[in-house]
Design a protein around this ligand. Structure first.
Ligand code: NZQ
Ligand code: ZN
Length: 386
């Protein structure tokens, strides 16, 4: 097992009716900005509940954060915070709103150009950020319990990420009833995103992370079990509760501690979203099966373990076992209703050179657990995804 440091200070308050706990979690004297997305938080009453829980505190609201949160939109929130002298942020939504809030928290205190400082330079010089909490309405990204954020600059079609310990949420309210209203597409996206997060911290090479492997296998099996059931029963409390906790644990640093990681699928996926507007999870469902195929030799031992322990495949022939494991992964995404080919989204071979060019521009030229996915391999992965 590799050396590691594990730090996760986010308080999780889990369960039905927990939004009222906000009253104890936000300082009494706070001047609060509630950030949310399009209409879902307002329409389904979550915003009202949050406002009620904040009681007499000074509150301002900022809506309109896009799915794939936009830099220009978020900079308007930064302005509002300065204008109204606000000092505590509350994100109400899915990964986009929480990621956007992380960026806003850092940008408010940033000297210099926030895009450059936080996203291009990766926030390494950022010294402070506003405190914030979140109310999760869409299990998927794990943003509610991690220090990552992914921001899109629509003007230049760039999607960049940053990580900083300064943007761990102080708390996150995980009330599974809040995701009862998710449409099938968002549920499916969430299951696929969480599943791929686990795969990218698991499917590398054996590193004697026995517990990490078994955590990962347990999380993947839980998603395989509950994913299709959720599509049929989105208002089943226990299914949603398992989904919410699984997706948080998939991306809170726990399963990746002490083991190699391979984020190639995510990096390539981000470029596809930036250029073609696909949902985050759609890009992952397209790219992952091709990464598995292209890297099958390098990932051989873990692919066999994955085939055995996650999918219970026990064919005699090892190559056949790996083939089946890749097929079952693709079939799972398709079963959830997420298409797994670029052509399913009307994207053809002519789109590939620009994706590769953007990977190069963003320095993503040595991906994978052994940094052996160069631009040539990324191109092959994309071609295999057509
Ligand atoms: O905007 P509204 O009207 O609120 O609708 C949202 C949005 O259109 C809707 N929604 C959310 N909660 C709902 C709901 N609809 C009905 N009922 C509810 N309870 O769902 C739509 C998608 O929301 P979004 O927040 O965009 O989805 P998700 O949570 O999948 O977040 C995706 C973003 O997170 C980034 C992605 O790149 C993408 O930008 N990621 C963040 C990560 C992190 N911070 O660690 C890691 C991930 O790999 C990912 O890259
Ligand atoms: Zn993701």
């Amino acid at each position: 097992m590799n050396n590691f440091e594990f730090y996760n200070p986010t308080r999780i308050v889990f369960g039905k009716g927990q939004i009222k706990a906000i009253d104890e979690l936000v300082p009494q004297s706070a001047r609060v900005l509630i950030l949310f997305g399009g209409q879902s938080a307002r329409k389904h009453g979550t915003l009202d509940e949050v406002t009620a829980a904040l009681g007499q505190r000074h509150i301002e609201t900022f809506g309109g954060i896009e799915a794939n949160p936009g830099y220009s939109t978020l900079m308007q929130a930064v302005e509002l915070i300065h204008d109204k002298n606000l000092d505590f942020l509350l994100a109400v939504g899915g990964g986009s709103v929480i990621d956007g809030t992380k960026f806003v928290a850092a940008a408010v205190e940033c000297e210099g150009d926030p895009w450059q400082e936080i996203l291009v330079k990766g926030a390494k010089d950022i010294r402070s950020a506003l405190p914030f909490g979140s109310v999760l309405t869409l299990p998927a990204t794990g943003s509610e319990m991690n220090y990552n954020s992914v921001i899109t600059r629509y003007e230049t079609r760039e999607k960049l990420s940053f990580r900083s310990e300064l943007v761990f949420p102080r708390f996150s309210i995980l009330d599974p009833t809040k995701s009862f209203t998710l449409p099938p597409k968002q549920l499916a996206n969430g299951v696929v995103d969480a599943f791929v997060h686990i795969v990218e911290q698991y499917l590398t090479y054996p590193a004697e992370g026995r517990l990490q492997d078994r955590f990962s296998e347990g999380l993947m099996q839980t998603l395989i079990e509950i994913g299709p059931a959720l599509l049929n029963n989105p208002t089943d409390y226990d299914l949603q509760a398992n989904f919410m906790w699984t997706s948080s644990l998939a991306m809170n640093g726990l399963i990746g501690a002490g083991v190699p990681e391979d984020w190639a699928t995510h990096w390539i996926g981000h470029e596809i979203t930036a250029l073609h507007g696909l949902d985050h999870a759609q890009t992952l469902a397209i790219v992952l099966p091709s990464v598995m195929q292209e890297q099958r030799a390098a990932k051989r031992d873990k692919l066999l373990q994955y085939a055995d322990r996650v999918w219970h495949i026990n064919e005699a022939d090892e190559e056949r076992r790996i083939d089946l494991a890749i097929t079952k992964t693709r079939d799972f995404f398709e079963q959830m209703g997420v298409k797994t080919r670029l052509s399913d989204y009307q994207i053809g071979a002519e789109a590939i050179p620009l994706v590769v060019e953007q990977l190069e521009k963003h320095g993503l030229t040595r991906l994978g657990e052994r940094e052996d996915i160069d631009l040539g391999k990324s191109r092959k992965i994309l071609q295999a995804s057509l």
